[in-house]
Design a protein around this ligand. Structure first.
Ligand code: NDP
Length: 461
């Protein structure tokens, strides 16, 4: 019997922490997990899940408009923000309950308190001041929105955290940033009837995505009525008589009811006792880990956003499962970060896996690019002008599909399945030999027989 109170103590009840704690407990380990806010973490409580519910809510006005083309007359419609927030809160509370139920069912001890390290094996439970010991400790405290403290007036701005609980829907919003959160929320607020402006420092939104999709989405968002200011930043935010006044670098003075900052997320490591335990962090405060998620302290691991590797829920869960294999199954397993499918729940949606054309052009001598741009069938009767874009990036030498990119409805759903094909190493010939499923949008993926163009030594020919 070990002399420690627990075999495993997990700090942080988000996606990675809960998975690690639950599976370790189900293996018969004595496990405790501490969470200072709510079980479920960012993804469940104020991230992916409530965001997706808001995305659905924001799409209805287009559905109502589209219905006319199919013979429907939709009566007068109105939207009640408070009702949406309340319904979302009910669902989130249900999910939080399920997370706790899973932990309890596996016999993990659930602690509702902040926990801080005292040394490499000791944790202080802040609520009671009690200290407990554990053989192994996992830090999975996640991240929080970058507050952009250098911006005068940043304290007047909200982040995605507050966006989920606004008392009232503002008449207008300015969102700073050009990443996942900025783009998704710009579409949500616009869809709910808020006059929306996005302000982004770079040349084009979504800097890490395929250029074609970035441009296509930008155009589609502008066509819907979202204002996008690129090459621009906020310089100052102050209170005016009727809302907020924003000074920008290049677009003069703007006015908005709400300003939301979506400028990346910082690892949650402040005041965690990392120094006392001897755990090293990098210049951004992220916990440094090796290939197996182990910190520089032998018995302490770190998982998920707190390590600032890939800030995605399924990645944190995967890291937790690898930790279980490594620590408890005598099977050292490194997380695999190759070919992670990802979606931006914008409107239209982006779904992508593998390399962008630009990245692939840098890695491979010659590429074949298969590209289709078309009006989806539903848009013919609805009259909506949206176009879908589908792209396959193929390494000409091996014929392997190294990137797949979609802009349009259900792009995220398609990207999940494309992820399997790319992971399996499918070639363009495998795509060609696959029977089309008609009539779908996805059939384009298996019916693009001739390359639209080639890229040789990084140049389009
Ligand atoms: P992102 O990293 O996606 O985007 C941050 C944005 O802020 C970038 O456009 C960046 O510009 C800009 N930026 C950063 N610092 C500054 C600054 N000082 N001044 C001006 N602009 C700045 O972060 P998000 O906050 O949008 O999201 C955090 C993470 O959460 C994402 O990386 C993603 O992994 C995850 N997430 C995933 C979602 C999904 O899977 N659908 C949804 C939401 C979040 P630049 O591009 O020039 O660096």
């Amino acid at each position: 019997m070990s002399s420690y109170d627990y075999d495993l103590f997990v700090i942080g009840g988000g996606s990675g922490g809960v998975r690690g704690a639950r599976v370790a407990a189900s293996l018969g380990k004595r496990v405790a997990i501490a969470e200072e806010y709510r079980y479920g973490g960012t993804c469940v409580i104020r991230g992916c899940v409530p965001k997706k519910l808001f995305v659905y809510a924001s799409q209805f006005h287009e559905h109502f408009e589209d219905a006319a083309g199919f013979g429907w007359t939709v009566g007068e419609s109105s939207f009640d923000w408070k009702k949406l927030v309340a319904a979302k809160d009910t669902e989130i509370a249900r999910l939080e309950g399920l997370y706790k139920k899973g932990l309890a069912g596996a016999n993990a001890e659930i602690l509702e308190t902040r926990a801080e390290l005292v040394d490499a094996h000791t944790v202080r439970l802040v609520k009671t001041g009690q200290t407990v010991t554990a053989k192994t400790i996992v830090i999975a405290t996640g991240g929080r929105p970058n507050p952009h403290a250098a911006l005068p007036g940043h304290e007047l701005c909200i982040s995605s955290n507050e966006a989920f609980h606004l008392e009232e829907l503002p008449k207008s919003i300015v969102i700073a940033g050009g990443g996942y959160i900025a783009v998704e929320f710009a579409n949500i607020f616009h869809g709910l009837g808020v006059e929306t402006t996005l302000i982004y420092r770079g040349a084009e939104i979504l800097s890490r995505f395929d250029e074609d999709l970035r441009r296509g989405l930008h155009e589609a968002m502008v066509a819907k009525g979202i204002r996008i200011l690129c090459h621009d930043t906020l310089q100052k935010v102050s209170k005016g008589e009727d809302g907020l006044i924003l000074e920008t670098l290049n677009s003069g003075t703007l006015h908005a009811g709400v300003v939301m900052l979506a400028l990346g997320r910082d690892p949650n490591t402040e005041g965690l006792g990392l120094e006392a335990a001897g755990v090293a962090v990098d210049e951004r405060g992220a916990i440094i880990v090796d290939d197996y998620s182990r910190t520089n302290v032998e018995n302490i691991y770190a998982l998920g956003d707190v390590t600032n590797r890939v800030q995605l829920t399924p990645v944190a869960i995967h890291e937790a499962m690898c930790f279980i294999e490594t620590e408890y199954k005598n099977n050292p397993t490194r997380p695999d970060y190759e070919l992670i499918p990802t979606a931006v729940f914008s409107q239209p949606e982006i779904g992508t896996v593998g390399l962008s054309e630009e990245e692939a052009g840098r890695r491979y001598a010659e590429l074949e690019v298969y590209r289709a741009q078309f009006r989806p069938l539903k848009a013919t009767l609805s009259g909506r002008s949206e176009r879908m874009i589908m792209k396959l990036i193929v390494d000409a030498a091996s014929r392997k599909v190294v990137g797949a990119h979609i802009l349009g409805h259900d792009a995220g759903e398609m990207a999940q399945l494309l992820g399997i094909t790319l992971k399996a190493g499918c070639t363009k010939d495998d795509f060609d030999q696959t029977m089309a499923l008609h009539p779908t949008a996805a059939e384009e993926l298996v019916t693009m027989y001739a390359p639209s163009y080639r890229i040789r030594e990084g140049k389009r020919i």
